[in-house]
Write a protein that binds this ligand. Structure first.
Ligand SMILES: [Zn+2]
Length: 466
């Protein structure tokens, strides 16, 4: 009898990982990094709770690190299985893992300088860029809609999840003793109001469903209200003569913002003269988005086509890519009239810290928070009304206006999750809620019961029969 073991993203949203075992094959579904607090991240250094060398296949839902970030460790631990993912996921994965390895190596180097002085043994980085290169050599692209055999008695089929470019809803077909069982993993399910991407594909049949529940407890603000608010802030910044700073995640959120700013520009409603994209990683991800424009939704693709080259760059002519550190530093002398998009998304690293240092203390400046901010990060402190922020060794007074825009989520809200599931009726498969904080899962469980489901919330290391 085939079984599924829950090995991550059960108590929270990071570390996505499940192990499928049949009498003939072992397939790992996602191999995500734990992210957030130190306790959470300490789990990344623990050995895998299964034999990496015994895996027959690995399936990746999408490139975000909380789904993919431990793959280099897995392969370093002797796994020789092929990693199946969509071609666009591969291109983004390369960018994300290389950046992750670079940060790991830099972090280890910094800690080791201290360890050396304290007479302690050196620590190893979680993985290195050489591990990433090794890992990427095991990847194999599978197009949306193509059903492919990945192990003895197991087939995979990816459907567009509309969450980030290349993101997939994963269908696993398991053959055992003359019987076919279909396991459906929603992956991270997109928000149908997201720019550029298509809506999550509808699936009509499954025997067992794993559903993400990141925003299981509420619906997002409407797109129209969010865009209105964004435009009002940009206008206020133009009136007050300050810069607009947007800490942003490199993959997904940045491209969405560029498209929305492009819409304002095309409608003659963008008050700022220059939009700096000050993040080499976000620039690289935007270039991957350009390569896969055929996968954009029809309405947004038609909008882009109105500009002469049909790219985000020509759709938003004030866009300027700032690649080098020198270019980034030059932005520091600009005291108003620009929009600066830079990472990291939670202001705990990257170039945004320099821009905050040069702008936060100015009354006319505006900071727009567009993504989730974990407790303990500078971004969260800003939202929570901190009067000063300790940045790059200095205390900076917060005089700028801080705004939170909640409507740009890349995840489906509660109603969208319910609607997506409705298409699986009347078969009513077994349903397990994953990838969400406890309160969000509980809220979603309650409303889904009203819809006639009996959703279960699995515990870490729980094994279910399929
Ligand atoms: Zn994701």
């Amino acid at each position: 009898m085939a079984t599924l073991r829950f090995l991550g993203a059960v108590n929270d949203v990071t570390g996505s990982c499940c192990l499928l075992e049949t009498d003939r094959a072992r397939v790992l579904l996602d191999c995500g990094l734990y992210q957030g607090s130190n306790t959470e991240e300490a789990q990344n250094a623990r050995p895998f709770p299964f034999d990496a060398t015994a895996l027959d296949a690995v399936v990746l839902s999408h490139a975000h690190l909380d789904h993919s970030g431990r793959l280099p460790q897995l392969m370093r631990n002797g796994c020789r299985a092929t990693i199946h993912l969509t071609p666009a996921s591969y291109d983004l994965l390369e960018i994300m893992l290389k950046d992750s390895a670079f940060l790991n190596e830099r972090d280890a180097e910094w800690r080791n300088r201290r360890a050396l002085r304290a007479g302690k043994p050196p620590i190893e980085p979680l993985y290195t860029s050489a591990d990433v290169t090794h890992c990427l050599s095991f990847c194999q692209g599978v197009r949306y809609g193509a059903r492919q055999r990945i192990a003895d008695g197991v087939e995979v089929c990816f459907r567009d999840a509309g969450h980030i470019l290349g993101s997939a809803i994963v269908e696993l077909y398991i053959h055992e003793q003359g019987r076919e069982t279909k396991l459906l993993f929603s992956g991270d399910l997109g928000n149908s109001f997201s720019a550029l991407l298509r809506d999550p594909e509808i699936v009509n049949h499954a025997d067992v469903v794993l559903l993400e529940s990141t925003y299981g407890d509420h619906d997002h603000r409407s797109l129209a209200a969010t865009l209105d608010e964004l435009h009002t802030i940009l206008q206020q910044a133009a009136d007050s003569g300050g810069n607009v700073l947007i800490p942003s995640f490199a993959v997904g959120r940045t491209q969405e913002l560029l498209f929305r700013l492009g819409e304002f520009y095309q409608a003659g409603q963008l008050p700022q003269q220059i939009v700096f994209l000050d993040s080499p990683m976000a620039i690289a991800a935007t270039e991957v988005y350009h390569r896969y424009q055929a996968m954009f939704n029809r309405a947004d693709a038609a909008q882009l086509a109105r500009s002469h080259a049909g790219t985000l760059h020509t759709f938003l002519p004030p866009l300027y890519y700032s690649r080098s550190a020198e270019e980034s530093m030059r932005i520091n002398s600009v005291t108003g009239g620009t929009i600066i998009i830079a990472g990291s998304g939670m202001c705990d690293g990257g170039r945004i810290r320099h821009h905050l240092k040069h702008n936060l203390w100015r009354r006319g400046a505006h900071v727009i928070i567009v993504g989730y901010q974990a407790l303990g990060t500078p971004g969260r402190a800003l939202i929570d009304g901190a009067e000063t922020l300790h940045l790059l060794g200095e205390d900076i007074a917060v005089k700028a206006s801080i705004h939170t825009l909640g409507g740009f989520s890349a995840h489906a809200g509660q109603t969208q999750l319910r609607d997506w599931l409705r298409h699986l009726k009347p078969a009513k498969p077994r349903l397990y809620l994953v990838h969400g904080e406890a309160t969000k899962k509980a809220a979603l469980q309650q409303v889904l019961r009203q819809d006639g489901w009996q959703p279960e919330i699995p515990a870490y290391d729980q094994v279910i029969n399929l």
